[in-house]
Write a protein that binds this ligand. Structure first.
Ligand SMILES: NC(=O)C1=CN([C@@H]2O[C@H](COP(=O)(O)OP(=O)(O)OC[C@H]3O[C@@H](n4cnc5c(N)ncnc54)[C@H](OP(=O)(O)O)[C@@H]3O)[C@@H](O)[C@H]2O)C=CC1
Ligand SMILES: CC(=O)[C@@H](O)[C@H](O)COP(=O)(O)O
Ligand SMILES: [Mn+2]
Length: 380
């Protein structure tokens, strides 16, 4: 029995993780969960899964039929991640944003396997997280669909044979628009992803292509592949979830329907696939297009490579500026194109070069930058 600690249980990845637990009660048990601001959903999930420890995002009064250990807020997330009683424990990080970094580190210190959806963890603190992974000798398994695909394509292969990783991108909600047509696009339109149903932040990240930039950084850390060997390609159907090209010309790809249950299930069972049948891809009539992904059309992708090349704290600055800018866009404070302008200004600023890359600095610089950008527009 794998014992799960699920942070972000009420979100898109969180609820899909719980679908898998619900269908496989002999394989998985939820020992802990963190719930969000949707009180009704939070209570429903707690009553259904009866975790021993629950982290509430805010300090409301909840009426429950039993008495779990209750913890609250950011400190509570760390308690949830550190709580440990069982043999085979997995911390599923389905939080969104910078809030995912410290709980990941606490869970590593508690010797838990990490099933990671929260890509911001690796964008902001990749090298530091990897040091902890090594020191505590835990497994870090990606949930993100592209990285799940790459992980599968790398099974049994040796690093020296890899030519490049090829990460596929759908193009997001505005993929058919020119840059001129992006002026004045609405939040409602931005939130309509063509292929995946996901939380609001990642859907906007997909529309700006920052999601792909983050995935390049995430892949670099997960698979120890240099940035020069990580490419992206436009693939509007999101059927090929990513590929690995080998030096002998072989390309391995992972294909499937656009359903996050599959990569979540693989991460929970790694290195095994689910033995029960789920949604199958219909190979007849399958149409697969691949096109160049232009950094002129999608500058955020270029910003991610640029921040990565600057190294040190710059990927954390990229992440924090993006997180604040997306929040402003979702709060109707800025236009869509302002997101990339806010990010560009920060990553081109030389002032961050003097800041040593430590965990403390990653957290403090990120939080103060987010606060500063939000305060420019009167948002907390
Ligand atoms: N959704 C997807 O298909 C995919 C997502 N990912 C990545 O997975 C992560 C989760 O994404 P997704 O599920 O879409 O996001 P959602 O917004 O749907 O869910 C995130 C959950 O985390 C909770 N949360 C956020 N911040 C905090 C905090 N500070 N303290 C406590 N709880 C918090 C939210 O609470 P509340 O309910 O109050 O908002 C919400 O329930 C992201 O990093 C995303 O990039 C990667 C690949 C695919
Ligand atoms: C499902 C998933 O992994 C998302 O990160 C997805 O990749 C978003 O799609 P695009 O960023 O390719 O639009
Ligand atoms: Mn992805």
């Amino acid at each position: 029995m794998r014992c799960l600690y699920l942070a972000g249980a009420c979100g898109s990845i969180g609820t899909q993780t719980l679908d898998i637990v619900r269908e496989n009660p002999s394989e998985f048990k939820v020992i802990g969960m963190s719930v969000g601001r949707n009180k009704e959903l939070a209570v429903r999930l707690i009553e259904e899964f009866h975790p021993e420890i629950v982290c509430f995002r805010e300090n409301y009064l909840y009426e429950l039929s039993y008495t779990p250990k209750i913890v609250v807020g950011d400190a509570g997330l760390l308690e949830l991640a550190s709580y440990s009683k069982y043999e085979d424990e997995v911390f599923v990080n389905a939080l969104v944003g910078m809030s995912g970094l410290m709980p990941t580190i606490s869970a590593i210190k508690a010797h838990k396997t990490i099933a990671l959806a929260n890509k911001e963890t690796l964008v902001a603190g990749g090298d530091i997280v990897k040091e902890y992974v090594k020191k505590y000798n835990v497994a870090l398994v990606p949930i993100d669909s592209e990285h799940s695909a790459i992980l599968q394509c790398l099974q049994g292969e040796s690093h020296k044979e890899i030519k490049r990783l090829i990460i596929t991108a759908s193009g997001g909600s505005f993929r058919n628009k020119t840059r001129d047509e992006l002026k004045g696009v609405t939040k409602e339109a931005a939130l309509k992803h063509p292929n995946w149903s996901m939380g609001a932040k990642i859907t906007i990240d997909s529309a700006t292509m920052m999601n792909k930039g983050f995935e390049v950084i995430e892949a670099h850390h997960l698979f120890d592949v240099p940035y020069e060997q990580i490419d992206t390609i436009l693939h509007p159907q999101s059927i090929v979830h990513s590929m690995v090209e080998y030096k002998d010309g072989t390309i391995k790809a992972e294909l499937g329907v656009s359903d996050m249950h599959t990569p979540i299930s693989y991460a929970l069972r790694y290195p095994h696939h689910n033995v029960q049948e789920s949604k199958q891809l219909d190979l007849f009539g399958l149409k697969l297009d691949f096109m160049e992904l232009s950094k002129d059309r999608f500058p955020c992708l270029g910003y991610a490579y640029y921040a990565a090349s600057r190294g040190g704290i710059y990927p954390a600055v990229l992440n924090a500026a993006n997180e604040a800018a997306v929040k402003l866009f979702l709060n109707d404070k800025i236009e869509f194109l302002e997101i990339e302008r806010i990010i560009e200004k920060e990553i081109k600023d030389d002032k961050y070069m003097e800041i040593p890359y430590t965990l403390e600095n990653v957290v403090s610089v990120s939080l103060s930058l987010m606060k500063e950008i939000l305060s420019r527009y009167g948002v907390d």
